[in-house]
Design a protein around this ligand. Sequence first.
Ligand code: SF4
Length: 378
Amino acid sequence: MITAEYLECVGLGQIARKVDHGERLSREDGMLLYEHPDLNAVGYLANQVRERLNGNLAYYNVNQHINPTNVCNKFCKFCAFYRTPRDSDAYALTREQIQARVREKLHEPITEIHMVGGVNPDLPLEYYLDMIRAVHEVRPSVHVKALTMVEVADFAQRTGRSVEAIVRDLKDAGIGSFPGGGAEVMSARLHRLLFPKKIDFHGWLECAKTAHRLGLKSNATMLYGHVETTEEKVAHLLLLREAQDETGGFMTFIPLAFHPENTKLDYLKKATAAEDLRNIAVARLMLDNFPHIKAFWIMITPRVAQIALSYGADDIDGTVTTEEIVHAAGAETSQSLSRRDMVTLIMEAGREPVERDTLYHSIGIDALRAPASPAPRA
Ligand code: SF4
């Protein structure tokens, strides 16, 4: 059992007192939390914040992923998903193909369609606006969470229009929110080293804040487990916290574990479960103004996601249905889980499952809470 005396004894007393009083943690606190040898003590502190904010609830949603194109001209070194137009397996879904994907799942109670893909220079903004409209034609009430800030910035650059004008067009077409990827780790060094063709973090933050000001919520992610330093991760969290103070537009922070297979960094090892839990716990403690922290089961496996629900996370994402991006980089998890799987995973972890929509409105506790078969072991 972790007590106040124990935390004092292992050098976490001051942070524990700040957590107790709801005080903001500093850069130095973030460094200590990342480097402290007792992961369970860090997790214990994160769990206090998690339970203060979200009680015993753990959220999931019923969603479908569609990746409209894998053609991309950004060539990020950590990416296994992108193709050049000359590759035999390069694709860009047509309007009809997108609608067919949506139609295939019409019998499922999907509330969100999550759409991200490559930055394909041959597809104009109009393709994406029409893609959003096409989804709504088939499934009018679904929430479309689509496009990263990288794509939004690219449209602005290509059309010579402002980010604000692009976001307004997307909103008029029916986009509901933005998923939050693309910033990776907000560091000039890593930008130069790993993804120099994408917008840098100044650009990413400006796009996100513009979207928030226009009334669209977004998430934020951090890709960890490659060549980033602890300082860079803490700086990333602080930049997000500052932006959130300004707009309040972020819903969830999602630490994303790097999967090296089939990437230019394939000599690196995958992050361990301990690293996954540490990133979730530190994020929960540092991002005091983010309502939710997600343990994305696709990235870290359902079994680690279950443990993460006691290390700061209060959300395990959704049923997903055919994920391509992380699986291109060797993720061994299944490509989807049923609603019952999600509920069982959460209940086995001792939490209370709540199905939510994208914006965290509860859509009720349902009959799926009845005991079922054990959770899947991916
Ligand atoms: S991470 Fe995104 S932007 Fe970078 S190469 Fe892959 S698809 Fe393109």
